[in-house]
Ligand binder design. Structure first.
Ligand code: PLP
Length: 377
């Protein structure tokens, strides 16, 4: 039996999502653009899937575009906004705790003559809205920030930023990376004055390779992939119906169980915290998470990579940070000002609704055994 506690990296595909994908691959496999009955069936499924995902993204179906995942949505938003608004200015604001998709897109724009202001978090991983607002200038054309941090689970103040932008910086587009926010906090882009927002299917029980991009009706970024005119001409290419149908199926399951899932995950977090306090009281907690799905702690003296191997040998899977930073020092913990010893021994545990107390027991047993061995050395 495996104990998978790395759900911020990716999640197991839900049975309902798998069934929907297999059905779309093997039975209802028509092309939504075909005019015959099989095409019409596929087009209907596409429409229904779009409505389902739009409902959980807090937007209309006409404002939702299927893309390949969070990275594509983020790139689309950042490069699209920079291009659209280039006549208005070349200044962008983001934070130092973003996912690599945001940071790398910003770096590329810097190499093309844009300037980027990176706002740092406090020691707990929170970003002050006022610092973002203070950084706004007459030539600011984009503010891009995450909703929930993937390493420490803090929620960023998107509502406050969106409200202030409307007054102080109306020319700037506002993009939210909501990849870790979907089914953690309600997505309300309209209330947040948000123009663009990205989510990803594989973080919520859908397969990899599917995501959704919200673009407010009044904001028309230029299409960057042209061809057959799918996705209202914004992203051409035959729609990946198995992934889309699976994404919608996962959204339905997660929506139906939202309350119970949140309560269950909160209970798991409380259990983990209590067990850690009893059995590993010297652990140091990193950040002050606002959602219960992610916890981050350091076990000084136990290098993360080595502890990961110890846990893996017991079929317990957690991570040392973002899956995309593959062994590099966590830029999030670094931005929070933690010292090297603490960063080098950090572990991230992230829950999905399927997790159980047994997973946590296996984790704590593994950590205890690993710590005994590593600290002796
Ligand atoms: N943004 C955040 C906050 C993430 O955690 C991730 C994935 O780890 C991404 C973006 C990228 O999403 P995807 O893997 O779908 O490209």
């Amino acid at each position: 039996m495996i104990h998978y506690l790395d759900n911020s990296a990716t999640t197991m595909v839900l049975p309902e999502a798998r069934e929907a994908a297999v059905h779309a691959m093997c039975e209802a496999f028509g092309n939504p653009s075909s005019l015959h009955a099989m095409g019409i069936d596929a087009a209907r499924s596409l429409k229904e899937s779009r409505e389902t995902v739009a409902a959980v993204m807090g937007c209309t179906a006409a404002e939702l575009y299927f893309v390949s995942g969070g990275t594509e949505g983020i790139n689309t938003a950042i490069f699209g906004a920079a291009r659209k608004n280039r006549h208005l200015g070349k200044h962008i604001i983001t934070t130092t705790i973003e996912h690599a998709a945001t940071t790398q897109a910003c770096k590329r724009l810097e190499s093309q003559g844009y300037t980027v202001t990176y706002i740092a978090p406090d020691a707990e991983g929170h970003i002050a809205a006022q610092e973002i607002i203070d950084a706004c200038k007459a030539d600011t054309i984009l503010v891009t920030m995450m909703l929930v941090n993937n390493e420490v689970g803090t929620v960023l103040p998107v509502a406050e930023v969106g409200k202030a932008l409307r007054q102080k910086c109306p020319q700037a587009l506002f993009h939210i990376d909501a990849v870790q926010g979907l089914f953690r906090v309600p997505l309300t882009p309209k209330k947040w004055n948000c123009d663009l927002m990205s989510v990803s299917g594989h973080k919520i029980g859908a397969p990899k390779g599917i995501g959704a991009f919200y673009m407010k009706r009044e904001v028309r970024l230029a299409p960057y992939i042209v061809g057959g005119g799918q996705e209202s001409g914004f992203r051409s290419g035959t729609e990946p119906m198995p992934q889309i149908a699976a994404f919608a199926a996962a959204c339905k399951v997660r929506s139906a169980n939202l309350e119970q899932d949140l309560a269950h995950v909160a209970e798991l977090k409380a259990y983990l915290t209590e067990q850690m306090k009893q059995r590993l009281p010297w652990a140091k907690w990193n950040g002050a998470p606002d959602v219960p799905h992610v916890v981050n702690f350091s076990l000084p003296g136990c290098k993360s990579e080595v502890m990961l191997r110890v846990l893996e040998s017991k079929k317990v899977f957690v991570s040392a940070g973002s899956a995309c930073s593959k062994g590099k020092e966590s830029h999030v913990l670094h931005a929070m000002g933690l010292d090297k010893a603490r960063i080098d021994s950090a572990l991230r545990v992230s829950f999905a609704p399927q997790n159980t107390r047994e997973d946590i027991d296996a984790l704590i047993d593994g950590l205890e055994a690993g710590a005994k061995m590593l600290r002796r050395k």
